[in-house]
Design a protein around this ligand. Sequence first.
Ligand SMILES: [Ca+2]
Length: 672
Amino acid sequence: MNHLFFGLTAGMTLSLQAQDKPNVLFIAVDDLKPLLGCYGQDYMITPHIDELAGNGVIFTNAHCQQAVSGPTRASLLTGMRPDYTGVWDLKTRMRDVNPDILAMPQYFKQQGYQTVAIGKIYDPRCVDEDYDRPSWSVPYAKSANYIYPEAYGEPAYSYYASAESKQIVARLEEEAREKGIREVRNYAIEKYKPSVECADYPDEAYQDGQICNNALSYMKEMAGSGEPFFLAVGFKRPHLPFSAPKKYWDLYDRDKVHLAEYQKAVKGGVDIAYHKHEELQSYTDIPKIESFSDIFTKLIPEDKQRELIHGYYACVSFIDAQVGKLMAELQELGLEKNTIVILWGDHGWHLGDHALWCKHTNFEQATRVPMIISVPGEQPGSYSMPVEFVDIFPTLCDAMGLDIPAHLQGKSLMPAIQDKNVRIKDFAVSQFDRGNNHGYTIRTDRYRFTVWMKDDYRTWMPFEADRVLDCEMYDYQTDPNETLNLYRLPEYEGLVNEMWERFTGFVKTQNQELAGAAPGKPKKKEKTRPQKTDAGIAFTDPLDQNWQVNVRKGAIAQFTVEQDEESEDNILHVVVDQLGENPWDLGMNGKGSIAMKKGQQLVLHLEMSGPEVKFILLSETGERVIQSLSGGKKMKNEKLYFRAKKTDNWNLRLQFLEKGDYRIKILGMELR
Ligand SMILES: [Ca+2]
């Protein structure tokens, strides 16, 4: 074993290229359907989102991939459809299925962005305890600090702010304790969980007011940093319960709210399309539906419908006001010229249409989403052809000037942002499960075609006509409320056949894109290893055979090469006691070089533990491709992707960015 000690030595320094990458403000709004002034609902009071839409591009035919929080967010944030992510419910964690999946914030972080999440971005049930640790530069637990005004305190169950609600909850929790019940919160929530709350309190008394304040602080902090940021702000309303400050309720007249026009089953429809709105039924002021057949006979009473819809409107205006604060601060800080802003609601919401409430369907009101993207320097406007959430990842890469990872399933919408008449795709695809029956629905400019497949069919399998359970088709030009299923009408046979071609074509594409992915089943980490190359990147003993180690300007570190007894691989062990003045004062340069053609991708397979390391691929002419990686306490399998910006010889550099103990094992590399 060869120990190399390095102390304080003077040496040459490298200058890093100045950062002029655009920032991204990424605003997620839980359960927000396109019920906004800018989407043509002129009775909605949403001036700030309308203004954002007026300065950006509003997508009027945008659809989520699956109308429920965890799956839609896992898909959007990885740019992969649910049949790849395997997250179809609210309990599967995305990295249990795909340990090496590349998340959008993770990729931006690797590209030199400060990535931070405040509020709800992923669904917490579908990621790890650290809210997907690889995604964020700032650990999620430290990204926000909710400081409620003393006069109000923290809302009960985090959403009921009124003193009355808090007293009731406190009394119920006391009652539970007296009865010796351990699950105090569950006891209380089963007895008291109203679907709405109107209280005359300020925004700051609610979680969304706090989320907004934290985002404002972060923007101020980042404005002068010189580093680009990806700031993800996730608002919680208008998710149930509809609790919002009274001033937002006062913007609307309950007698004038718009009840759903069509509250019946589709003529010629299919039962599997509906549900009993179980989510709404978990609220203690909602009448219970016992059996499926009661859906259309026991409608929510009209006064309760009015109250719910009024509450939804109030919550939308409440969030609009928070968006207004974010946009004002962006201007105040002079960041608006260099910040891409995107706003999206994670899926739609049924407000009584088809006697449905909440989401969880393949109907238009559940799949259609608000999606507004503002890219500095681009002309504002409206885009009406179909787009989907999987398009967001590649679109942002394109707008930010980053390479689009080749495996992403969506398409960049930048051509549509630049020219609103350019077609990006013929249809969007959403899906939803009913047990082992899985419904896939495609939405074109004008029609929707839904195929319900039985026996656990997924689109990585070849299409099998035997497994078709039922189908639906709707024409939004003649029937915007989806009252009539056209699928079996003889006059639509030609159109139905066209739709079948689209659907089976989609399945073929999925078969190809997901080939070998074995999605949906928890996977072991990749055991096969790529071929080692002789590019001078192996950690040899002595280390200086392949690497020049730099420990300069105050840095103190110890570099050792150890052998893993089991695999006989060499492990680089670095202990950093003190950092240098600059990041490049503590690191190592590979002596060998790798010849790469422009656009070619180098994939580095490694195992790593310890704090953050910056991996830099440097060309002879000084071009850099930078990826950052942090390991945990245990060695973890990782892959890094570098795309050559030009044809040249490249060599690898590592910079150790924090004090601590690092272990890195290079498993190999491949050129794609
Ligand atoms: Ca949601």
